[in-house]
Design a protein. Structure first.
Length: 507
């Protein structure tokens, strides 16, 4: 396969619109969280159905990501990207205009469907557009910063819209993002003509992967609400294992698999997926705990809560663009990702000290600064390595696996850490409730027990991030991403795999 020698002169303009679309998708994952109480009251959503506003999106998005990545490879990334943007805008308009519970849940599921088309198309467009090592580092630096900071931006916008406008604006805000990104994409994005995968769609793989991922994500959601030992939870996990196991068997036998196992077989790429997925478990749960902690225990307003996350966003951008991007072409990924995850873990460790009287300046801010710097440094080279050295025909599905690991990790993190926090809270109340009869003292005990539960869960998140660092240090053995075609596997066990090392994307 011939390698691209002439760079697209409009590639940096294209990056603006790809990054804008990524920002929209990422911030949407958190912006609705802050607005959810207001939407619930306005539409009369029951407590039992409240979680479905989040779950409907997560199931559709997480379950269809591999399918979306394969569609991008087959149908064309630019076409898939624009289709995803238009569909996401329509779904957001329906969500903002929702008149009842069913309409809102349907809109959220539709957002997930089109998000599953949009997210892998955006990342794979980046992979096939920026092939020069130094330019690729800069482009992924911007993309990684936005991917990491988008969740925090969502918290800020969610607070502003909920407090000063209306919860519906958390949906309507997506429309201008999508329109601008779609118009810009049509005008300036150019997809290399030889980068598509014309093979037929693997229908059995699509069905098994989608049902397996949906069962897995929904299983963790049910575990959070029904408990880990309930029949429904166990049944969903068993179904997920059977379906995903069958999926791997099918992929090893069909001629044109949905997920070519060569994508996972690469030691470094598989290590990146595992490390990023574990980091997502830690980060998603932490965002939720800190939001509740600030609003309930410290009585912050939604806007103040959102603004409190700003310093972390700034250090995340700095870590991604000034450390990750600058060193990626000179330093092996494990020496950026490993220390980055450890630095973020130290930031989380700082937050295990929170209590009802914690000062933001001394008790919360240092932890946020360290987490942002560490995660920005780690995520940027990780997202680049996930598609570095990949064959053009596999760029979409490799990109989808990045999003899948993070989305599934986020679902697991929210359920797992919430369950841990709830158990610790209950245990704290039981051990301290004796002799507490005064209403004020009882209220204080409830708050103290909640904060104790958050602290215990954050300790678990520290351990999970430390595990991410270990995977980065010991599973990744590639050199830096600024070398020649073999840079992605020269130091690894797959260096001799001609199929993986010859037609590289970054050189």
């Amino acid at each position: 396969m011939p390698q691209t020698t002439t760079a697209d002169p409009r590639r940096w303009k294209a990056l603006i619109f790809i990054a804008l679309a990524q920002l929209m998708v990422v911030l949407d994952a958190t912006i609705v969280n802050i607005a959810l109480p207001s939407a619930q009251a306005d539409l009369g959503i029951s407590d039992g159905n409240r979680q479905w506003v989040i779950t409907a999106y997560a199931l559709a998005f997480g379950g269809l990501l591999l399918f979306g990545g394969r569609i991008a490879d087959l149908w064309g990334r630019k076409r898939t990207f624009v289709t995803g943007l238009v569909g996401f805008a329509v779904a957001s308009a329906l969500g903002g205009a929702a008149m009842n519970t069913g309409m809102l849940l349907g809109a959220r599921a539709l957002q997930g469907v089109f998000g599953a088309l949009l997210a892998p198309a955006a990342l794979s467009l980046l992979a096939v557009t920026f092939t020069d090592a130094k330019e690729r580092a800069k482009a992924f630096g911007v993309f990684g910063a936005i991917a990491g900071a988008g969740g925090g931006v969502g918290l800020i916008l969610g607070g502003v819209f909920t407090e000063y406008l209306n919860w519906r604006w958390t949906f309507f805000v997506n429309i201008p993002f999508a329109v601008v990104a779609a118009v810009g994409a049509i005008a300036v994005i150019h997809e290399p003509a030889d980068s598509r995968n014309p093979s037929k769609l693997d229908i059995p793989g699509v069905v098994l992967a989608t049902l397996g991922l949906v069962s897995l994500v929904y299983g963790f959601t049910r575990a959070e609400s029904d408990g880990w030992t309930s029949g429904a939870t166990i049944g969903l996990f068993v179904a997920a294992v059977v379906l995903l196991g069958s999926f791997l068997v099918v992929e090893s036998k069909v001629k044109s698999p949905l997920l070519p196992l060569r994508v996972l077989a690469d030691r470094n790429r598989g290590g990146v997926y595992a490390a990023l997925g574990l980091a997502a478990i830690a980060m998603f749960g932490l965002f939720l705990f800190l939001t509740y902690y600030m609003q309930v225990a410290l009585a912050y307003s939604p806007v103040k809560t959102g603004l409190a996350f700003l310093p972390m966003i700034f250090t995340m951008i700095a870590g991604s663009t000034q450390i990750g991007a600058r060193l990626m072409t000179r330093v092996a990924p494990r020496w950026l990702m490993g220390p980055g995850f450890l630095l973020a873990a130290v930031g989380m460790l700082w937050l295990t000290r929170i209590d009802l009287g914690t000062s933001y300046t001394t008790g919360i801010l240092p932890g946020l600064l360290l987490m942002g710097l560490g995660m920005g440094t780690a995520f940027m080279p990780g997202m680049s390595l996930a598609t570095h050295g990949i064959q053009p025909r596999d760029a979409g599905v490799a990109s989808a696996m990045v999003n899948t690991s993070q989305q599934v990790g986020g679902a697991i993190g929210t359920a797992l850490l919430n369950t841990i926090a709830a158990s610790a809270t209950t245990a704290y109340v039981k051990s301290h409730a004796t002799g507490v009869a005064n209403p004020i003292a009882q209220k204080t005990l409830v708050l103290q027990s909640s904060v104790h539960g958050y602290s215990v869960a954050i300790w678990w998140a520290v351990g999970i991030l430390a595990l991410s660092a270990l995977i980065a240090f010991f599973a990744l053995n590639t050199g830096h991403q600024g070398g020649g075609p073999a840079a992605s596997s020269a130091d690894g066990e797959n260096a001799g795999d001609a199929e993986e090392s010859v037609p590289v994307m970054a050189h």
